[in-house]
Design a protein around this ligand. Structure first.
Ligand code: ADP
Ligand code: MG
Length: 373
């Protein structure tokens, strides 16, 4: 879908993009991340020719963009920026319809698209279509910015720190929505952020940049497990093992109240709980509430016919930690085991919570960026 070949961009003597090459597949959710000034925005704007590099080639959908008319090119590319840029004297519906209207879509068609899009982010057409941007919250305005970029159904959407100015709660809600939109619409998304938490949550592929170069390009899991440089480690929260935060424990990072059942629980009820909570393994506890083990759906399938209660299903070895264990040690346990999570226990061996890769990454990101949020 997008291919950079040895792209170099300079301002005077400053090399902003330093001979970078990468590919983004069709339908992929790619996230560009790196410290401020590393060249993320420059990379993004090179894709829709708002910036033209001095050397190298950029292909979009198999064509060199320098051989494509910039207006035609941008028609195929949605673009969302942090400072929203909604037209203040246009209504929500007019804002969303701006590109389709320019492309001479029929009025009814534009209304249908607008309805569908608003529906996808849980804003009703009746309530919002005629409102003006100033009547919306920041989160709602940013949603409209995203919908506007999607309105003419471009195959590619570029987003430059679109949620950067939002409060953490709103931001999480929009992240969930953008994941849903991506799944549903199957478009290629290129998303810029400097928040590792956000990158890990959204990306199929993370492209980590530093000083105009690509330092690592990998899946979130790969980045978590094998960060390619000290800077990336730092983004992932090296500070938790550093001074001043050595006291951080598994208890600080865990998700409390994980789903658990007593050994005596029936098989049918247990699998219903798993289906409803969308989990594929279950924490099992003894009658005195102490931790008994982890039972996977796989073992239930294999042994469920011969068993009446979940306690009769063989448990699967799983990493275990203690609430007061050093956070970094329990993170190592997670990475060194085959477990999807670490079970965190209290002194009396009751279940305190679980540490997942996501909760760990999120907590680390908070440690790094929490002050800025
Ligand atoms: N028009 C410009 N003239 C000179 N330098 C620029 C210009 N635009 C950006 N830069 C420099 O290019 C570098 C990369 O900028 P940018 O791509 O915006 O970084 P990021 O989005 O990663 O924060 C920065 O050092 C910035 O100062
Ligand atoms: Mg930028």
């Amino acid at each position: 879908m997008i291919r950079f070949e040895n792209v170099t961009k300079k301002y005077g003597d400053d090399v902003i993009l330093d001979d970078i090459s990468f590919e983004i597949e069709e339908g992929e959710f790619a996230v560009l991340i790196g410290p401020s000034g590393c060249g993320k925005t420059t990379t993004l704007k090179s894709i829709n020719r708002l910036i033209e590099p001095e050397a190298g080639h950029i292909h979009v959908e198999g064509r060199d963009i320098m051989e494509t008319n910039p207006v035609a090119l941008r028609r195929k590319i949605g673009y969302v920026i942090q400072e929203i840029g909604l037209f203040p004297n246009m209504t929500v519906a007019e804002n969303i319809g701006v590109v389709p209207k320019r492309l001479k879509y029929k009025k009814e068609e534009i209304e249908r698209i607008t309805r569908d899009l608003l529906d996808m982010v849980g804003m009703s057409y009746e309530e919002y279509a005629d409102k003006y941007p100033s009547e919306l919250s920041g989160g709602q305005q940013q949603r409209i910015g995203v919908l506007r970029a999607l309105a003419a159904s471009p195959p590619l959407v570029l987003m430059d720190e679109p949620f950067g100015a939002l409060d953490p709660m709103t931001r999480e809600a929009l992240q969930d929505e953008i994941i849903r939109l991506h799944k549903k619409l199957k478009k290629t998304f290129v998303f810029v952020t400097h928040d590792m938490d956000e990158a890990l949550k959204l990306a199929d592929k993370i492209i980590f940049m530093d000083q105009g170069k690509i330092v690592q390009m990998d899946s979130p899991d790969q980045i978590l497990e094998n960060p390619a440089s000290d800077l990336i480690k730092q983004f992932m929260g090296k500070r938790i093992s550093g001074s001043g935060s050595a006291e951080l424990t598994a208890g600080d990072f865990m998700k409390p109240h994980p789903v658990s059942v007593y050994k005596g629980e029936g098989i049918r009820k247990s699998t219903e709980i798993m289906a409803r909570r969308k989990i594929d393994s279950l924490l099992v506890k003894n009658e005195d509430n102490s931790y008994a083990g982890v039972v996977t759906i796989r073992n239930i399938r294999r042994h469920g016919k011969d068993a009446k209660t979940i306690g009769q299903i063989p448990t699967t070895p799983n990493a275990v930690s203690h609430v007061s264990e050093d956070a970094m040690d329990s993170f190592d346990k997670l990475l060194d085991s085959d477990s999807d999570f670490v079970v965190v226990l209290n002194d009396d061996r009751t279940i305190a919570g679980i540490v997942t890769k996501t909760s760990m990454a999120r907590a680390m990101a908070d440690a790094l960026w929490g002050d800025e949020a």
